[in-house]
Design a protein around this ligand. Structure first.
Ligand SMILES: [Zn+2]
Length: 283
């Protein structure tokens, strides 16, 4: 989260000068952050920054967190029929590509207008996993913190260096390569800013840790992505909502307890956080 707090601040300062930033590689290494950023000129892209900042709402009692973006960058596409009358209008969050339609569609015209909107506030008033109170943090940078093509080129370059073909040898090549490879592995969830420490969830539920393969299979079977973060093997990112994350670990606890409700609640105190989480209905 430290990286994203700093990136948001740099972006805001750049925007004041009619510049915008493109993070190429952002790393948390040991106890400091290291950011490689390209700074571009241009007032118009500065407007897009509003969609790259989010406020974070974190549960005080469990790992659940929620993001509220500052703004939405949308595209309103209007299609006109052959007589020039508006026939269709819809709003999307990704820039529409030019259509390659049949002859009739070629005669129809389409115009696209960019819009910046305030998003509806969809943050719950209390945690959806344990009913605990939420605290507000941020704002953070919610956009990807690296340019994955750049990272892949950098990794290829370090491999050349390791072989001495560039005439340079870096002593920490192996460590750099391990970090860059982990960044590439994590990039399937580059649009997901924050992570979960699954071992905390397992500990709260008084269960034993599942194997990594079992975790990945559980999320994938529900259609969600999950990836280990490059900066800490204990932390995982997922695009599943918090309730689903906890439902998976509740199902795991039920599985290892043989489906016996008494065993599921064994050694769990009345009114405790674990009991509140377990007894809450699945999402
Ligand atoms: Zn909670």
């Amino acid at each position: 989260m430290a990286l994203r707090l700093v990136l948001r601040l740099i972006s805001e300062i750049a925007n004041r000068q009619q510049k915008w930033i493109e993070p190429m590689l952002s790393l948390t290494v040991d106890f400091y952050v290291r950011l490689f950023i390209r700074v571009h000129e241009g007032a118009k892209p500065c407007h897009e920054s509003i969609g790259k900042y989010s406020q974070v709402f974190q549960c005080l009692e469990c790992e659940a967190h929620y993001l509220h973006p500052y703004g939405l960058h949308t595209f309103e596409e209007t299609t006109f029929d052959k007589e020039g009358k508006k026939s269709k209008r819809h709003v999307v969050t990704k820039k529409p590509e030019a259509s390659k339609g049949d002859e009739d569609e070629e005669e129809a015209k389409t115009s696209t207008r960019e819009r910046y909107q305030l998003p509806k506030f969809r943050i719950p008033h209390q945690c959806t996993v344990c009913d605990g109170p939420l605290i507000m943090g941020g704002p953070i940078w919610n956009d990807p913190i690296y340019n994955i093509d750049f990272v892949k080129r950098l990794l290829a370059s370090t491999r050349l260096n390791a072989e001495g073909e560039n005439g340079h040898k870096v002593k920490t090549t192996e460590r750099i390569q391990a970090i860059l490879s982990a960044v590439i592995d994590e990039s399937v969830l580059s649009g997901t800013p924050l992570s979960y420490e699954f071992s905390h969830i397992v500990s709260t539920l008084k269960a034993v840790n599942p194997r990594k393969g079992q975790i990945l299979a559980a999320f994938n079977s529900l259609g969600y992505l999950v990836a280990q973060t490059y900066y800490d093997p204990k932390l995982f990112k997922t695009n599943a909502p918090p309730e689903v994350v906890y439902d998976i670990f509740k199902a795991w606890k039920n599985h290892i307890s043989g489906g016996d409700p008494k065993k599921v609640l064994l050694n769990i105190a009345e009114g405790s956080l674990a009991q509140r989480i377990i007894q809450r209905d699945p999402a």
